[in-house]
Ligand binder design. Structure first.
Ligand code: NAP
Length: 287
C-alpha cells in the first residue's frame, strides 16, 4: 500500500515542531514540513504550487497569525493568513480528495458561558484574532464540508513563545510576579495536540466537522503559574490579580473552557490532565 503523504504547514511553530518529533514514530507516512519560508500563507499562488507538487493525502494546517494583540492593528494580515489562506487550502483539499485538518481556537467564543463550550455553541469572538480564526473555520466549511477543525486553547511547549516559558523567565528574574486570576481555560501541551492531529490524520474514517481538544481540567492563569512555581520549587511568589490590572489591546474571553467529549467519543482520545502534561513539559525544558 502506498504511504500516506502528510503536509504540515507552520512547521516551525509550537505545534508544527511537536509534529516533527512525533513524525519519527510514523514510518508508514511521508511527511512534508513547510515553514513560513517554504510556504508563506500570504502567497496564495504558492500554496497551490506547493500543494500540486507534493500531492498530499492529508494537509494539517498549523500555521496561523497568532499575535493576538498585534492583530488589532494588523487586521488585514490576520484575515489573510487565518481566513483567506485557509479557504484556499480547504478548496484545494476538496478538489483533490485530501483530508484537511485545521487548528482553531477557543477565542472564537465570547467567554461568557458558565459550562464548558461544546462544538455547536454560539460563537462571538471578542478580538480581531478570534474573528479571523472564526472566519477561517466558516470559509473552510463553505468550500469543503469535510474539513476537520480542531479548536484548542492555551497552547504551550518546551520551545517557542508561550506562557510557561515566559513564567520560567520571570520567576528566575523576580521575587514576585502578578498573574491574572479571572480568566478560566484549559492549558494544552502542544505535544498532546500534535498527537491528536496525527490520530485524526491517520484514522481510516473521520467525519468532517469541529472537534474540541485541550488537556483535562480547567484553571486560571494564576493557578497555572502557581503550579509551575510549585513544580520547579522557585522562591518567586506568584500573586493573583485581576485582568483590569493588565490592560491589553485585545480583549480576552473570561471563560474559554472547551468540552472535549466529542473527540473522546469519536476518536477514542483521552486527554490527560493539564498538570501531568505540564510536568512532562517542565522536565523536558530542564533536561
Ligand atoms: N498558542 C495558543 O495559545 C493557541 C491557542 C488556541 C489555538 N491556537 C492555534 O493553534 C495553531 C498552532 O499555533 P501555535 O501555538 O503552534 O502557534 P505559533 O507557535 O505561533 O506557530 C504558528 C506558525 O505559523 C507561522 N506563520 C505565521 N504567519 C505565517 C504566514 N504568513 N505564512 C506562513 N506561516 C506563517 C509562524 O511562522 P514563524 O515561525 O516564522 O513566525 C509559526 O511557525 C494555530 O492555528 C493557532 O491559532 C493556538
Amino acid at each position: 500500500m502506498a504511504k500516506q503523504r502528510i503536509l504540515v504547514t507552520g512547521a516551525n511553530g509550537q505545534v508544527g515542531r511537536e509534529l516533527r518529533e512525533l513524525a519519527d514514530m510514523h514510518p508508514d507516512a511521508i511527511f512534508y514540513f513547510q515553514g513560513r519560508e517554504d510556504l508563506p500563507l500570504t502567497n496564495f499562488e504558492m500554496i497551490s504550487t506547493v500543494f500540486h507538487t507534493l500531492q498530499p493525502d492529508v494537509l494539517i494546517n498549523c500555521a496561523a497569525y497568532t499575535a493576538v494583540d498585534k492583530a488589532e492593528q494588523e487586521k488585514e494580515l490576520a484575515f489573510q493568513v487565518n481566513a483567506k489562506a485557509v479557504s484556499v487550502m480547504a478548496a484545494l483539499c476538496r478538489e483533490h480528495g485530501c483530508r484537511f485538518i485545521h487548528v482553531s481556537t477557543d477565542y472564537v467564543f465570547p467567554g461568557d458561558a458558565s459550562k464548558p463550550y461544546i462544538e455547536t455553541d454560539a460563537t462571538g469572538p471578542l478580538n480581531v484574532y478570534g474573528a479571523s480564526k472564526l472566519a477561517g473555520e466558516e470559509q473552510a466549511f463553505a468550500l469543503n464540508p469535510e474539513t476537520i477543525v480542531v479548536r484548542t486553547s492555551w497552547v504551550y511547549a518546551s520551545h517557542g513563545k508561550n506562557f510557561v516559558r515566559t513564567m520560567l523567565k520571570l520567576m528566575a528574574e523576580r521575587r514576585a510576579i502578578n498573574v491574572v486570576n479571572d480568566q478560566l481555560g484549559k492549558p494544552t501541551y502542544a505535544k498532546d495536540l500534535a498527537g491528536v492531529l496525527l490520530t485524526l490524520a491517520t484514522m481510516k474514517e473521520i467525519a468532517g466537522g469541529i472537534y474540541h481538544f485541550a488537556n483535562a481540567g480547567a484553571t486560571t492563569w494564576f493557578q497555572f503559574a502557581a503550579t509551575i512555581a510549585r513544580k520547579i520549587g522557585t522562591s518567586c511568589t506568584v500573586l493573583p490579580v485581576s485582568s483590569s490590572e493588565f490592560p491589553t489591546p485585545a480583549k480576552r474571553p473570561a471563560y474559554g473552557v472547551l468540552d472535549t467529549a466529542k473527540i473522546e467519543a469519536v476518536a477514542g482520545i483521552r486527554p490527560r490532565s493539564w498538570e501531568e502534561a505540564l510536568g512532562e513539559c517542565l522536565d523536558k525544558i530542564h533536561q
